[in-house]
Design a protein around this ligand. Sequence first.
Ligand SMILES: *[C@@H]1O[C@H](CO)[C@@H](O)[C@H](O)[C@H]1NC(C)=O
Ligand SMILES: *[C@@H]1O[C@H](CO)[C@@H](O)[C@H](O)[C@H]1NC(C)=O
Ligand SMILES: *[C@@H]1O[C@H](CO)[C@@H](O)[C@H](O)[C@H]1NC(C)=O
Ligand SMILES: *[C@@H]1O[C@H](CO)[C@@H](O)[C@H](O)[C@H]1NC(C)=O
Ligand SMILES: *[C@@H]1O[C@H](CO)[C@@H](O)[C@H](O)[C@H]1NC(C)=O
Ligand SMILES: *[C@@H]1O[C@H](CO)[C@@H](O)[C@H](O)[C@H]1NC(C)=O
Ligand SMILES: *[C@@H]1O[C@H](CO)[C@@H](O)[C@H](O)[C@H]1NC(C)=O
Ligand SMILES: *[C@@H]1O[C@H](CO)[C@@H](O)[C@H](O)[C@H]1NC(C)=O
Ligand SMILES: *[C@@H]1O[C@H](CO)[C@@H](O)[C@H](O)[C@H]1NC(C)=O
Ligand SMILES: *[C@@H]1O[C@H](CO)[C@@H](O)[C@H](O)[C@H]1NC(C)=O
Length: 451
Amino acid sequence: MMITLLFPLLLTVAKAIDLDTSSKTSICDATALIQDGMLDYYEGIRYGGTVGMFQSPYYWWEAGEAFGGMLENWFLCENDTFKEIIYDAILAQTGSDYDFMPENQTMVEGNDDQCVWGLTIMDAVERNFTDPTDGSPGWLYMTQAIFNEMWSRWDSANCGGGLRWQIFTWNSGYDYKSTISNVCLFQLASRLGRYTGNDTYLDVAESVYDWLVDVGFINVANGTAYVYDGADISENCTDITTIDWSYNHGILLGGAAYAYNATNGSSVWESRVTDIVEGAKSIFFSDGIMYESACQDYDTCNNDQRSFKSIFSRMLGFTSVLAPFTASTIDPLIKSSAAACALSCDGGTDGHTCGLNWQDKTCDGNYGLGEQMSALEVIQNLLIHDRPAPYTASTGGSSVGDASAGLNTTTSSADVLENNLTITSKDRAGAAIITAVILGCMAGGAIWMLF
Ligand SMILES: *[C@@H]1O[C@H](CO)[C@@H](O)[C@H](O)[C@H]1NC(C)=O
Ligand SMILES: *[C@@H]1O[C@H](CO)[C@@H](O)[C@H](O)[C@H]1NC(C)=O
Ligand SMILES: *[C@@H]1O[C@H](CO)[C@@H](O)[C@H](O)[C@H]1NC(C)=O
Ligand SMILES: *[C@@H]1O[C@H](CO)[C@@H](O)[C@H](O)[C@H]1NC(C)=O
Ligand SMILES: *[C@@H]1O[C@H](CO)[C@@H](O)[C@H](O)[C@H]1NC(C)=O
Ligand SMILES: *[C@@H]1O[C@H](CO)[C@@H](O)[C@H](O)[C@H]1NC(C)=O
Ligand SMILES: *[C@@H]1O[C@H](CO)[C@@H](O)[C@H](O)[C@H]1NC(C)=O
Ligand SMILES: *[C@@H]1O[C@H](CO)[C@@H](O)[C@H](O)[C@H]1NC(C)=O
Ligand SMILES: *[C@@H]1O[C@H](CO)[C@@H](O)[C@H](O)[C@H]1NC(C)=O
Ligand SMILES: *[C@@H]1O[C@H](CO)[C@@H](O)[C@H](O)[C@H]1NC(C)=O
């Protein structure tokens, strides 16, 4: 009896991910297994599949987040195995104007969707990922196109400023000013400012940050910053949804760390980074283990939310590097979370599928693309100090840009319709269903990105 029970148990243990947090080989072996798990969901390497897209139910934006994690892995582990997959995926989704508004997405695309891809493309710039060789403009050009288009959508007519969540009037969420769209624009501005040395970007970063504070989406209490989800414009953005998601918090933090670094350590940015790190630590860690506090304890995390720890981990890593005074706080949290996370990667038929709740120290039965990419990013960020900091144009970056990219092509609602991405009756029906779902969620008080 003992023996028959013990045997399968030993087999399982042997298959789980065995992580030595101080060994680069061990970290990169672990993340290789985890990426295999991600690619199980990837359409682009299957016959007839769309390059750059993961299978349903994973939306387009999440592909942008996933390839950002894989691009970082390419850089941190110095392993070219997936380089071509990443390169092909990004180029396939850039769209004819090189602004990450590909035709397949424009009907439903939000500012946040475009911008999460933007963070990945900026990463390609800062990691000196090979610029396109097919005649397409450089990654820097594409990031500038995204930035310029987003900044041109800044809406001063409502709530004193801010980007709307959605780009197009027909999408539900058009009347919602979402924090994700705004913190993401803020981060792109900070990163472009640091990379190019052009202060105009840093001025934009400053105005977006100031607006987020004015409108109350960033709320600092007793040295701890809370980052709320957003508000509808109908009451001048005063009816705020006060949920703090790790991706909002993390992207704000990362943007502030870039601004801190770009200003050679200004005391204003130092104090902002300090408050946001304090919030990150107190809201998203329990016993030193990272968790999505707004949904994990209640087992209500949807597909999008299950991926947030991925971009959050990436941002903690950047912050530790670019604002070195935070390293003594952040690095131990990454280490303890990565160790716990690896223990959760013992599920699935392959024996190394990762779970959602890292506190469980074994796979909790939740699994999917979001769980895999969160595991990837928390574990690979153990290496963040072993490789160069994100490059700038003067320290090793080589991507070719154009400060006016995207300004010729700013896509308005009218343009989209004119370009014959006409709304068919099928699209309308789809949009109506989506609207109903979103309204249902809003009524429930929880708002998240559907696209
Ligand atoms: C590079 O990555 C591939 C795929 O994840 C893996 O099989 C290989 O062992 C890695 N190479 C090294 C040197 O770690
Ligand atoms: C757009 O959607 C069509 C139909 O699903 C697909 O065949 C095509 O590959 C997609 N293109 C991109 C760039 O995603
Ligand atoms: C609307 O909100 C913005 C941002 O908080 C504020 O600056 C502005 O004064 C408000 N306008 C009115 C009419 O209350
Ligand atoms: C701030 O700290 C003080 C003293 O520790 C406490 O009384 C107060 O409730 C705190 N305020 C908030 C908003 O947490
Ligand atoms: C930061 O330092 C560099 C090098 O000393 C200098 O060229 C640059 O002007 C400084 N930037 C700011 C914003 O102080
Ligand atoms: C900016 O980041 C670099 C790279 O990590 C670091 O060496 C430098 O000290 C940072 N600047 C400040 C002011 O902390
Ligand atoms: C960046 O890429 C360019 C072009 O491939 C190369 O010449 C340059 O050496 C690279 N920079 C670094 C820091 O590796
Ligand atoms: C700096 O960036 C702004 C905003 O994109 C642009 O208008 C300006 O031309 C840039 N300046 C330089 C010197 O590139
Ligand atoms: C924008 O359009 C002008 C005039 O047609 C052209 O000279 C310029 O190169 C274009 N800029 C970009 C970034 O495409
Ligand atoms: C858009 O569609 C209409 C009707 O199908 C056609 O006449 C027009 O030429 C198309 N415009 C573009 C820019 O393709």
